[in-house]
Structures are given as structure tokens and as C-alpha cells.
Design a binder for this molecule. Structure first.
Ligand SMILES: NC(=O)c1ccc[n+]([C@@H]2O[C@H](COP(=O)([O-])OP(=O)(O)OC[C@H]3O[C@@H](n4cnc5c(N)ncnc54)[C@H](O)[C@@H]3O)[C@@H](O)[C@H]2O)c1
Ligand SMILES: O=C(O)[C@H](O)COP(=O)(O)O
Length: 534
């Protein structure tokens, strides 16, 4: 049974994939004190949050069973991703579920700002009738600057076009071509400052976007510009905005998100020209169901089939690519385990080559899988595909990945080389449809070996009687040989033999084998074979 804790208010319906699954226990404990969360978190396998819970390093470090932290929404700035990655915890989000809600809230805020609707409502409900005071402006033919043309920025631009606004879009990934297709103009931040009547931000909060819109920027904007932030507090410097509004440089602002939530800057929240909502961008029934559904289904997938779709700290791999690389996931790991036990040294360099059709695919997960298997042999077992690259970096180990369309006689071919100073060892595998995974080369010797749990790797000279001698010693020691794979460089030259055996070979027997003339080395190898492959 997997235990999931939900610490922010989440749609009950949306959690159905988890609550209706007998393998999961879901505990909803919202509004927990951080000190209490640090205590209880150690019992859980997964955590679901929105933006309220601050998932700090301290909480993550205490989460010893945790496999997944799920953000039922987009922004993950309340989660210490680095700490989660170091601990090998997958962080996922629900990137598309609240796009429409946040877009519509942005449009509502822009219209409310243009027409002073919240102020007028407040005035009328307090018994006044002040028509002159709340004269607004039109959106029609005004210029809107959209900073961040991702999912929400794009949807905002599309809707603003319906109001016949001129749109300037700024995003490092916005191409001329895409801007043209959207009917907008690709612009720089400064061009937006010079020309826009309304500016709306839709970037994530990152080190780069923190304070992106600041006092210097306001000094460059058109006088009377209106500012909207339904993305994240901190992208716009709050005090700089308050000052710009108070000086008249900025005519007004509509703010849904704050540097601190709940907000602490009364100059902002009590300003008659700044309208505010308490982080409501994603708060629609539909969006909340969609984000909760998305993370619940993904958590079930991660625990039951290992499929991950929206990981923040893993390479993104589409479902079709996952299908193509799936046969290689276990095989590449087994190959790395085998090589490590034969090499018997910690590598200081790892070289991975992909040949054939894999040339076109995102092989990031396979790379991580192999490196994880190599490093786990010497380092601790908490290494997994999430934290493996951090571990590699922390140990100053280098690696290279090369891809080649040449198929080397197989549809796909993966070659792994490990290097320690002047010593190196290589292994390669392929997957034969209908037959399964095969290790097809070890240290340059061609083989056709099916990975099995217990193996004996023998380095020897290709001389008559070698196979018989090995067989008789193993037979005397009651070790049954399942199959034998032999590869040699030249007749009578160096050769390797790999035997699959039914049980571990004791050290005493290994010493006997080593006494055979022309037998150079023997290594018993044990590799992990998942249950369904036995
Ligand atoms: N108010 C709310 O309740 C609410 C709801 C949903 C999302 N959000 C916020 O909105 C943000 C955007 O959401 P999204 O789904 O559109 O994300 P997204 O990832 O689809 O888009 C973000 C875009 O910002 C761009 N970007 C990054 N750095 C930039 C920079 N320095 N300058 C310009 N552009 C930059 C990226 O290239 C990307 O295209 C989220 O990160 C989240 O914080 C808020
Ligand atoms: O990043 C997001 O998805 C939004 O800011 C929504 O946050 P919330 O889930 O706390 O409403």
C-alpha cells in the first residue's frame, strides 16, 4: 500500500484515480504547521500540494520513503527541486490543467483594471453613486505586451486579439514564424516598455525572472501603462510597482500573486489604483478537477508502471519515445551491472554510444539508467535515475554520449565503455524483436548472450580442452551450466566465455578454475532480473 499525503485543498473528484485504487491510501491534511509536516512526512510515499505548502529542504530531507512530490498546478517555485533531486524524488506538475482558468482570470483582471470595476463596486456597495470617478479606458486598438509566451501567455494573446488589441510578445523561445501564425509581433522587453499600454507577465518565477519588471523598467515604460501579474509574485518588484503607480508613471495594476502570500505590502493591497485578488488564477472548479486528475493519474502510473509524463527533474520523454526505448531500459541497466562486475574498478569516465534508430530518439533515460547501475555498484543504493546526474557531478566523474545513425548490423545498438586511467572495458547490447535483449559484445568479443541472473565470465586462451576443463570443475562443484557463449579474437588467440549457471559460484571453485592453464581470469557475475523476466 502506497501512502499519499495531500497538504493543500484539492478537488475530491480529481483525486478519484488514487482514492478508488486499493493500492493507495490518501490522507488529506491541509494547513499543517511546517514542524508537524516534517514529522509526519516520513511515513509517506507521495505528497500532493498546490502553492501554499512550502516544500522545503528540511521537509524533503525528512521524507525518507518519498518517491514523488506532485504539484497540482504549474508553478513549482514552492518546492525545493534541488533538494528533491538530490534525494532522488521525482517532482511532477500538472502543466496544462489550469491554463484556461489562469488565462480567463488574466482577461478578467485586464478588463476590471481598464474599467475600474472593483473600485466602482466598492463605491456603490458603500452607498455612493460616483460615475465620473470611474471613467475607464478601452482595450480596443491598445497595445498589449505579453511577457512570456508559453501556454497562458499564448492563450491571453489569442483572446486579446478578439478585443482587437495589438499584441507584442516577448519570450526567448518565441520565433518570428510562431509570432506570425499567432498574428502578433515578436518584440524585446524594451520595445514592450516603449509601446505597450498594457503589460501582462506570464513567465515562471526563476532566478532570471525575479525582479524582471523593476524600477529601471518602469522608467522606460509609456506613461500611463497598466500592469497585470497573474503569474508569480516577485516577477514584478512590488515596491517599485507601488512607487510607479503613486508617481503616475503607471496608471494602475491588477495583481493576483504576491512576493509573500498572504501579501505584506499594504501600499500595494490598499492602493486605490491597484486591484488585487488572492491568487485566484487557477481557482475554477474545472481547473481544480483537471490538475488533481492529472497528478493523481500520474502518481498511479509512476508507482504501478513506472511511467512518468510531467517530471520537472527528469528528461521529458513522450509516450511514443517511452515505448521505443522501453525494451532497452532493463537491458541497458543489466549490461552496465555486468560490465562493472567484470571491470572491478570504479570508472572515472563513462562513454555511451547509441547506434541505429536510437540515433533519433531521446535516450536521456537510458543514459541515466546505465550510469545509475555503474555508480550504484560502488556508491550507496539511494542513487536513482532522478539524482544520478547530481551524484556523477558530485564525484567529478565525466561522461560522454554520442549518437550515430550507422546501425552496426542491428536495428539498434548501445555500447557502454568505462575507463579508469589506462584501463577500459566495453560492452554492447541490442534488442531482437521476438527474441528479447542480447549482450552482443564484451571487450570487443562478439557474443549472442541472453542476460541471466548468475553468470561466469572467463577470460582465456582459445586452446583445445578449455571448455571441458571448465565444465568438469563446475560439475564437480555441483554447478549446473545453463548455456555457454564463446567469443574469440583469432583461432588460438584470446577468447572469452560466458556461462549461465544455476546458482552462485563459491570462491573456492573460482580458485580451482583459475588453476587451469591458459585461463587468465574468472569472474562470477550476478545481475538483477526483474520477476516478469524470470
Ligand atoms: N495565478 C495563478 O493562479 C496561476 C495559474 C497558473 C499558472 N501561473 C503561473 O504562470 C506561469 C506561466 O504558466 P504557463 O503554463 O504559461 O507556463 P509555460 O511554461 O507554458 O510558459 C512560461 C513561458 O515563460 C517563458 N519565459 C521564461 N523565462 C522568461 C524570460 N526571462 N522572459 C520571457 N519569457 C520567459 C518560457 O519560455 C515559457 O514560454 C507559471 O509559471 C505559474 O507560475 C499562475
Ligand atoms: O502555478 C499555478 O498553477 C498557480 O499559481 C495555481 O496555484 P494554486 O494551485 O495554489 O491555486
Amino acid at each position: 500500500m502506497y501512502k499519499v499525503i495531500v497538504t493543500d485543498p484539492i478537488s475530491e473528484n480529481g483525486l478519484n484515480a488514487l482514492t478508488s485504487n486499493q493500492e493507495f491510501q490518501v490522507d488529506q491534511q491541509t494547513g499543517l504547521d511546517p514542524a508537524v509536516l516534517v514529522e509526519v512526512i516520513k511515513d509517506y510515499d507521495a505528497l500532493i500540494v498546490r502553492s501554499q505548502t512550502q516544500v522545503t529542504r528540511e521537509i524533503i530531507q525528512a521524507a525518507d520513503r518519498m518517491k514523488v512530490i506532485a504539484r497540482a498546478g504549474v508553478g513549482v517555485d514552492n518546492i525545493d527541486i534541488e533538494a528533491a533531486t538530490e534525494k532522488g524524488i521525482i517532482v511532477i506538475n500538472a502543466p496544462a490543467g489550469n491554463t484556461i482558468a489562469a488565462t480567463e482570470h488574466t482577461m478578467a483582471m485586464m478588463l476590471s483594471l481598464a474599467r475600474n470595476i472593483p473600485q466602482a463596486y466598492g463605491s456603490l456597495t458603500s452607498g455612493k453613486w460616483e460615475r465620473k470617478l470611474f471613467k475607464g479606458v478601452e482595450l480596443y486598438q491598445k497595445t498589449l505586451g505579453v511577457v512570456g509566451m508559453g501556454r497562458i501567455g499564448t492563450e491571453v494573446a489569442k483572446r486579446a486579439k478578439g478585443f482587437q488589441m495589438n499584441i507584442l510578445g516577448y519570450d526567448p523561445f518565441l520565433t518570428e514564424d510562431r509570432a506570425k501564425k499567432l498574428g502578433i509581433i515578436k518584440a524585446s522587453l524594451d520595445e514592450i516598455a516603449e509601446q505597450a499600454d498594457f503589460i501582462t507577465v506570464h513567465t515562471p518565477l526563476t532566478a532570471e525572472t525575479r525582479g524582471l519588471i523593476n524600477a529601471d523598467y518602469f522608467a522606460k515604460t509609456k506613461k500611463g501603462v497598466r500592469i497585470i501579474n497573474c503569474a508569480r509574485g516577485g516577477i514584478i518588484e512590488e515596491q517599485a510597482l507601488v512607487d510607479a503607480v503613486n508617481s503616475g508613471q503607471v496608471a494602475g495594476a491588477a495583481i493576483d500573486v504576491f512576493e509573500h502570500e498572504p501579501p505584506e505590502n499594504a501600499g500595494l493591497t490598499r492602493n486605490p489604483r491597484i486591484i488585487v485578488t488572492p491568487h485566484l488564477g487557477a481557482s475554477t472548479t474545472e481547473a481544480q478537477e483537471k490538475v488533481a486528475e492529472s497528478v493523481s493519474e500520474e502518481i498511479v502510473g509512476i508507482f504501478t508502471s513506472g511511467s512518468v509524463q510531467h517530471a520537472i527533474n527528469l528528461p521529458h520523454i513522450s509516450a511514443s519515445v517511452q515505448q521505443k526505448i522501453r525494451p532497452y531500459l532493463t537491458l541497458s541497466e543489466q549490461m552496465a551491472e555486468f560490465l562493472m562486475q567484470v571491470f572491478k574498478k570504479a570508472p572515472n569516465k563513462i562513454n555511451i554510444n547509441y547506434y541505429g534508430e536510437l540515433f533519433l530518439e531521446d535516450t536521456g533515460l537510458l543514459t541515466r539508467q546505465m550510469i545509475k547501475a555503474l555508480l550504484s555498484y560502488y556508491l550507496d543504493s539511494s542513487i536513482n535515475i532522478v539524482n544520478v546526474m547530481q551524484v556523477l557531478k558530485a564525484h567529478s566523474l565525466s561522461y560522454s554520449v554520442q549518437k550515430n545513425a550507422a546501425h552496426k548490423g542491428f536495428t539498434n545498438f548501445i555500447e557502454l565503455e568505462i575507463v579508469n586511467g589506462d584501463d577500459k572495458a566495453t560492452i554492447a547490447c541490442t534488442y531482437l524483436t521476438g527474441f528479447g535483449g542480447r549482450i552482443v559484445s564484451i571487450n570487443g568479443y562478439r557474443l549472442d548472450m541472453e542476460p541471466e541472473k548468475y553468470l561466469l565470465y572467463i577470460d582465456h586462451m582459445d586452446v583445445p580442452g578449455m571448455i571441458g576443463n571448465v565444465g568438469s570443475i563446475l560439475g564437480k562443484g555441483s554447478i549446473n551450466i545453463g548455456s555457454m557463449y564463446v567469443g574469440r579474437q583469432t583461432i588460438g588467440g584470446k577468447a572469452v566465455m560466458v556461462l549461465t549457471v544455476d546458482k552462485p559460484v563459491p570462491d573456492g571453485l573460482r580458485d580451482e578454475l583459475l588453476s587451469i592453464e591458459d585461463l587468465n581470469d574468472v569472474q562470477f557475475v550476478e545481475i538483477d532480473i526483474p520477476n516478469d523476466e524470470n
